[in-house]
Design a protein around this ligand. Sequence first.
Ligand code: SAM
Length: 345
Amino acid sequence: MIKKINIIKNVNNPKSIHGMFPYRGKMSAIDANNILQKLKISNKIILDPFCGSGTLLIEASKYNKEVIGIDSNPVAYILCKAKINIQSLDYEITNFEKIKKKIKEIKISSIPKSILENFHKKTANEIVSYAKYFNEMSDYNKGCFMGAVALSARGCNHYKWTSNIVGKKIKPFRYISFEKNFRNKISKHYFPSKKNIKIINMDSRILTKKIKKNSIDLIISSPPYFDALDYTSYHNKFIIDLLGLKKENIKKNLIQKLDTYKKSMIKVFNEIDYVTKKNAKIIFIVGDKKNKDGNILKGNNFFTSIAPFKKFSIIERNYSNTSSQVIDKINKTKRKEQIIIWEKK
Ligand SMILES: C[S@@+](CC[C@H](N)C(=O)[O-])C[C@H]1O[C@@H](n2cnc3c(N)ncnc32)[C@H](O)[C@@H]1O
């Protein structure tokens, strides 16, 4: 049975902690909060096995005892740690100032291709200089560094990048002070959260290696999109290149190939079954997918057909003002999003 509820508006708050970095597939914190409040979930041990930039973790930690996040993408892991491990503002600013002093002496030997191709040369130099000191940055400052890279990318391209045209080169590139963006971010997103969040960088297809049997009250997650979104591209790619990580190695641990998607998600469901308590709830926020033949495959039909939990309810929502809606207009499709709530018996 499908219950219809509210229309999702574009509900972002760039000044919050979640405005730190435009992580691909990031959900709206205001929307996450609405869902958590409507579901009346409190005082539980919660796991998000695909936590991405940690939106649900931070929001759920406000109501719950213990929150655990898993993501196999190192960019997501660094970002979540940045939102969780926050020191005093004085400490964070001093950490930035110490690195700023060292920058003056550095000589640039090489700049990654993705940085050279998308930024003004002077901005690119500043970014690479700071990146050399990434390991000396506090966790929070690492996230602000990443956010400043993304913001400077948009700035160098005259702020013309929207979610639909990220990566389009708008030449001549404009010079943007990366240093200024970095410093501003430290003050702008300073919203320390509760200390009840644990984050693990691993593949959720093997999550029982780290999470105990029968230990979780509630799973809540927006799983990787089943039109196989690339979580190593766009802004994430700049970070991967700056940190000298290998995109191909990261991809091995990500569910993003359409042909193996079903098999991978069945594996995750089996792991979830093992770690959840009796009577646990499992909540997935999923979307529809447009097939090659133009037909729509409903997210709830796909997921309920592979999940081992048989009792469920579904809440369906429409998009409004989101980039997905723009894509739908172009494709003449009307995709929807569903919240599936399973109960484990
Ligand atoms: C839709 S995004 C989650 C976004 C998140 N709710 C947020 O607000 O940022 C899905 C996430 O699943 C992660 N992912 C994909 N395959 C994975 C796997 N095998 N194990 C763990 N995480 C995985 C991706 O890195 C991505 O961050």
